[in-house]
Design a protein around this ligand. Structure first.
Ligand code: AMP
Length: 284
């Protein structure tokens, strides 16, 4: 397995593969890899000749008061994980390699980036779209793999690829959860043991909401209230948002009659966790 922090080296390696007719799958990550990431790498392994995992904590997608400095890192562990999952290359650049001088060009995504997480994290999705575009230009992947855990990110990347004619197919992968239902996340390690228990309110209340939809409840306000009540029953939980939106364009939904995304973001202490489910089929 090649490990490189150099844009030039990675571009050459992937270009050589492509010239030889090999397909390339890219799994973009910020590292500290867990089974959620591994599911993406394994899927990429099945569907491509060559697999690239990028590990880059992208500074331009973090706000001034967010956890950029303390975001967990463990390159030795990540390297083992990628090797075991069968990746050919890890691209792990320093920020100075990705942003050697101030960036003047950005990729932005209008309304899609303004609701849900984007409303609380101004500039976040501009940072995500810009770095993903850069990764696509460096690696030229045939396919790129994203988790449904970050549902807004997935909808935005799909739209960006469509609007800007990127030649990369976006493949989405289901949320991987702990045995008790908590969605896996690198940020779970910030939780105290009490917060860890309280965090189960996310998957529990979303599960109950899905059941309501399955039984035929169409009123999105009622379902949102049920989700919020389920989460608020946990004294340690502070809701950032609990929303039901159109799963493709993320616009607010009042009546559930097309594919919807139910998404929540909740603070436990300083740690902000997200979770979601889609109902009524995946929107392309
Ligand atoms: P991150 O390192 O948090 O930026 O995540 C990198 C990729 O892994 C993103 O596409 C995430 O959506 C995906 N991912 C993170 N956690 C999970 C999970 N629990 N299940 C599935 N995919 C995940």
């Amino acid at each position: 397995m090649i490990i490189s922090g150099s844009v030039k080296e990675v571009r050459e390696a992937t270009w050589n593969w492509k010239k030889r007719g090999f397909s390339v799958g890219l799994v973009p990550t910020m590292g500290y890899l867990h089974p959620g990431h591994i599911s993406l790498i394994e899927r990429a392994r099945k569907e491509n000749d060559m697999v690239v995992v990028s590990i880059f904590i992208n500074p331009i997608q973090f706000g001034p008061n967010e956890d950029l400095d303390k975001y967990p890192r463990d390159m030795a562990h990540d390297r083992q994980v990628c090797e075991k999952a069968g990746a050919e290359l890890i691209f792990a650049p320093e920020p100075s390699e990705m942003y050697p001088s101030e960036n003047f060009a950005f990729v932005d995504i209008k309304e899609l980036g303004n609701g849900l997480c984007g409303a609380r994290r101004p500039g976040h999705f501009r940072g995500v779209c810009t770095v993903v575009s850069k990764l696509f230009n460096i690696v030229l992947p045939d396919r790129a793999y994203f988790g449904e855990k970050d549902a807004q990110q997935l909808a935005i990347i799909r739209r960006m690829v469509r609007d800007l004619n990127f030649g990369t197919e976006i493949v989405s992968c289901p949320i991987v959860r702990e045995a008790d239902g908590l969605a896996m996340s690198s940020r779970n390690l910030y939780l105290s043991s009490e917060e860890r228990k309280a965090a189960l309110a996310l998957s529990r209340s979303l599960g109950a909401a899905r059941e309501l939809m399955r039984k035929g409840e169409k009123n999105a306000v009622k379902i949102k209230e049920a989700i919020a009540a389920g989460i608020s029953a946990e004294p340690l939980a502070r809701i950032d948002y609990a929303e039901i939106v159109d799963s493709a364009d993320l616009s607010p939904v009042e009546k559930i009659e097309r594919p919807v995304l139910a998404a929540v973001a909740v603070y436990f202490g300083k740690t902000r966790l997200i979770d979601n489910f889609t109902f009524g089929g995946e929107a392309k």
